[in-house]
Write a protein that binds this ligand. Structure first.
Ligand code: TXA
Ligand code: MG
Length: 355
């Protein structure tokens, strides 16, 4: 298949191009498009065959359900059975935005979209290109992140090209995304809402808006599961798969900042002696400190929004430059740090050293 490319400016979107992209989706095709979190790979969520194509293009296991994107509050009740009061509160405060809520689904949503589950995940994105495309496509776009399964999520159209050229009908380039980590996912079907995936909408923000909120216990596991301590199965099926992983081996170093830098420098020397190509992901202020083959900075120290925007690009850069080992310090796990550590721990395959 030949992939078509189109560039659309979020501030003055080309409606002809969006109408054309919407037609592709209406006819059962696949279009990669920007959202405020990461790029999504869209298909008509109510078309069984179209949704099934997503799994093939991504190489994604078919038991891993997709998020349905809407661009109109009134459309929510067309696909879900019941909207609890707490979900209305969240939608009023946080939609459109980087929050996904899970509801009991209506018949109209096919099994291919929900991986056979009786529930459906729904998000109303704030990116204007995404909203216009959803409206042009009939109102319901199923979209996972537009990466090949297992690769870091795409934050630039270029990443979609790397992973999906020739496998999808169209890629819309809407520039770099604003947030860089995927949406927060919360299950609204349980008695108490439960956080399944941390994102830009933080636990602290949700606690302020809700009467109470649980947290999927699998989020707080610290190591790889083994026979003695099997991990609880994550409630969002996708969270069980190896994710975000660069090809090199990533190691996170946790502890006092000076001690961590010391430790990383020592490791870099060791690995270099073994002939390994070393990389470090660090703050601007620490760039000069490391003698790694590849030194990548994410922005100023403690600017976690900047780290969120850059994290997946930096992991891809490590691959491009052929890093064998990648070192990074952990970040504090509160606020946006919850989502960052979640993605970094997965990228590192839970290799964390305490110094
Ligand atoms: O920010 C985002 O959410 C991006 C953009 C494109 O909107 N999308 C995204 O989709 O990250 P994806 O497919 O990469 O991640 C969706 C996650 C998966 O872990 C999946 O298992 C979970 O949502 N999920 C979807 N439907 C679910 C359901 N009914 N119950 C539990 N988990 C669900
Ligand atoms: Mg994904």
């Amino acid at each position: 298949m030949k992939t078509e490319y189109v560039t659309i400016n979020e501030r003055s979107p080309d409606m002809n191009a969006l109408h054309y992209a919407g037609q592709i989706i209406k006819e059962g095709g696949l279009v990669a498009f920007p959202t405020e979190t990461v790029y999504g790979l869209g298909a008509d969520a109510l078309n069984e065959k179209a949704a099934a194509k997503i799994y093939e293009a991504k190489g994604r296991p078919s038991d891993n359900p997709l998020i349905v994107h809407i661009a109109n509050m009134a459309d929510l009740s067309r696909i879900v059975r019941k909207v609890p009061e707490s979900a209305l509160v969240l939608s009023e405060e946080l939609w459109p935005g980087p929050l996904t809520m899970i509801f009991e689904k209506k018949e109209i949503v096919p099994d291919a979209t929900t991986g056979g589950l009786s529930t459906v995940a729904v998000r109303f994105p704030s990116n204007r290109i995404a909203q216009l495309l959803i409206r042009e496509s009939g109102g319901f776009i199923a979209a996972p992140s537009a990466n090949r399964s297992g690769r870091p999520s795409p934050t630039l159209a270029e990443h979609c090209r790397e992973d999906l050229d020739g496998r999808v009908d169209m890629i819309i380039d809407g520039g770099p995304v604003g947030i860089g980590v995927e949406s927060t996912i919360i299950d609204m079907t349980a008695k108490r809402p439960e956080l399944l995936r941390p994102g830009f909408v933080t636990m602290e923000m949700l606690e302020r808006l809700l009467d109470g909120i649980d947290r999927d216990p699998s989020l707080d596991r610290t190591g790889m599961p083994d026979e003695l301590s099997p991990a609880p199965a994550p409630r969002a099926p996708g969270m069980k798969y190896r994710h975000y992983a660069p090809r090199g081996e990533m190691v996170l170093v946790d502890g006092d900042h000076e001690a961590a830098k010391e430790y990383i420098s020592g490791c870099i020397n060791e690995e270099k002696k073994k002939g390994k190509k070393t990389a470090v992901i660090c703050a601007d202020e620490d760039r000069e400190r490391f003698g790694a083959d590849i030194v990548l900075s994410y922005g100023r120290r403690n600017d976690y929004e900047c780290l969120a925007r850059n994290l997946f690009t930096l992991l891809r850069t490590c691959d491009e430059k052929g890093a064998d080992v990648i070192f990074a310090e952990t970040v504090p796990g509160n606020g946006l740090g919850d989502a960052l550590m979640n993605r970094m721990r997965k990228a590192a395959g839970y290799r964390i050293v305490n110094v």
